[in-house]
Write a protein that binds this ligand. Structure first.
Ligand code: BG6
Length: 487
């Protein structure tokens, strides 16, 4: 994470699921960005594997769609893309991959397939000895969702760790590829003024929001079997929670950071069934308007069961039982079809004693807040109070705003650039260990269990709103309110 990066070593990236959305929209454009930066060179080859009937040239033209044809290096990389038709369960596929790779090359296997195939592909790769490291490295990248619940994540980890060493496994959570997520570490640990107040002595509560305006698009089948909790909470939202909640690591080395993050996620207090009822809100959008455009109800989306009980929104109040955070609630929320796209972290600070300001016109002074905007408008705001000019002491809320775009040339990246590059140079800092994934599932498992036991119906919220009113009530009960979404 420090110093000027070198070019990654030559390698073949074998992508299972080469014709899918992830490969086309994110992986290949990310590789093209890396080429432009000189972070990968002409030693990079791509072997796409999928079941469709096609050839090298057809795969290349499929990939053209999301790449600028004039992008530096694309014409060359394009020539180094090959296609292999094969079923993920067929031994012949793995023999063919072996023949293409030869013995000694560096190779990384990217599992961009439906999650049900992860275990099988890893087992077949191992059986074909494609994961044996000789002169070159052999690495496996696994996309989320890593399991469907705690039990399936444990099983998948067991299947994989018996075949390949943990050092060869790269579990992806693409939120970690976002610059602003990584910036949380710098904001906290490079700035003593910030870190000094980053604890339960000064922080009243923390809010973590990942609001989206998009619905489920073409992913109805996957999403209806998954829901907002599994899709976003134990992975993306907990990554943010871990970055906010962790203790300072000894270094930026993968193990040091991973240990601290896992400690914090493991310290999330186990929710009782009663708390699941009072502290977790489950929502599903009904028809509404977003940005003036009509939006159908979730239950009317393609490939969604019309009688669906799947949640498209979740809000929750969690406690982290560490010395730093004891007594500080963490409120998390995420949802589809909301009023605005906004991923942010808010630290709200405790009020000052009222004595000095008892004559002020308001009964409660607006709080100090540190707002970290993860996306789309990356930056950090600090809301504080200033004196209103005039003869008496009156306060006025003001804000200091840092916007990334005002200071740095921000390139539009996919978020996968850093992840792919780090994998190629063997840096696991931004990847998830087996323990981290399991700790996250363990924290949400009581909620999943209670929901399925009690067949909890989601609360309705209008598409284009801020979420269900029950989520507002969750904070109001504690004398607090959600930070307003922009837009
Ligand atoms: C994915 C989820 O992991 O993250 C999607 O499956 C979600 O449902 C997406 O839309 C959000 O990622 P980003 O980078 O657009 O915030």
């Amino acid at each position: 994470m420090t110093g000027k990066p070198d070019q990654a070593p030559a390698a073949t990236l074998v992508i299972f699921g080469a014709t899918g959305d992830l490969t086309r929209r994110l992986l290949v454009p990310a590789l093209v960005n890396l080429l432009r930066e000189g972070l990968v060179g002409d030693g990079l080859n791509i072997l796409g594997v999928a079941r469709e009937d096609m050839d090298d040239e057809r795969l290349r033209s499929l990939l053209d769609e999301f790449v600028d044809p004039a992008a530096a290096g694309w014409a060359d990389l394009r020539r180094r893309i090959a296609y292999l038709k094969g079923g993920f369960e067929d031994d012949a596929t793995y023999r063919a991959i072996g023949e293409r790779l030869g013995g000694a090359d560096n190779a990384a296997f990217y599992l961009a397939t439906p999650p049900d195939y992860f275990g099988t592909i890893a087992e077949k790769l191992a059986a074909a000895r494609l994961l044996d490291e000789g002169a070159g490295f052999r690495r496996v990248l696994v996309e989320k969702p890593f399991g469907h619940d705690l039990a399936s994540a444990l099983t998948l980890n067991e299947r994989i760790v018996n075949l390949v060493s943990e050092r060869q496994i790269y579990r992806i959570d693409h939120f970690l590829g976002k610059e602003t997520v990584q910036n949380i570490l710098v904001a906290r640990f490079a700035n003593p003024m910030i870190e000094a107040v980053w604890n339960n002595r000064y922080v009243d509560h923390v809010q973590i929001t990942a609001a989206e305006t998009v619905g489920v698009g073409r992913r109805g089948r996957f999403y209806d079997a998954t829901g907002a909790m599994r899709d976003m909470v134990p992975n993306h939202l907990f990554q943010l929670l871990a970055m906010v909640g962790m203790e300072p690591p000894n270094s930026f080395a993968a193990d040091a950071i991973g240990t601290e993050k896992t400690k914090v996620v493991s310290a999330i207090r186990t929710l009782t069934s009663a708390q699941v009822r009072t502290d977790i809100v489950r929502g599903q959008y009904v028809a509404g308007r977003i940005g003036g455009e009509p939006r159908a109800a979730y239950s009317d989306e393609a490939d969604v069961d019309p009688g669906t009980r799947t949640e498209t929104y979740v809000a929750m109040k969690l406690w982290i039982d560490t010395w730093r955070w004891s007594g500080v609630p963490f409120y998390l929320r995420t949802g589809k079809a909301m009023a605005a796209r906004e991923t942010e972290i808010v630290l709200q600070f405790k009020p000052v004693p009222r004595a000095l300001f008892r004559h002020a016109s308001v009964t409660r002074l607006p709080p100090n807040r540190l707002v970290i905007h993860i996306q789309p408008d990356e930056g950090v705001n600090f809301d504080f109070l200033a004196k209103l000019p005039g003869p008496v002491i009156e306060t006025a809320p003001v804000s200091m705003n840092f916007r990334y775009a005002d200071h740095f040339a921000l390139r539009r990246l996919t978020g996968y650039e850093t992840l792919l590059y780090d994998m190629m140079i063997g840096d696991q800092t931004l990847f998830q260990s087996a323990e981290a994934v399991e700790a996250a599932w363990a924290a949400v498992q009581p909620v999943l269990d209670a929901w399925s036991r009690e067949r909890v119906r989601p609360q309705e919220y209008r598409a284009g709103s801020d979420g269900p009113v029950e989520a507002d009530a969750l904070l109001e009960r504690d004398g607090r309110a959600w930070h307003g979404l922009r837009g």
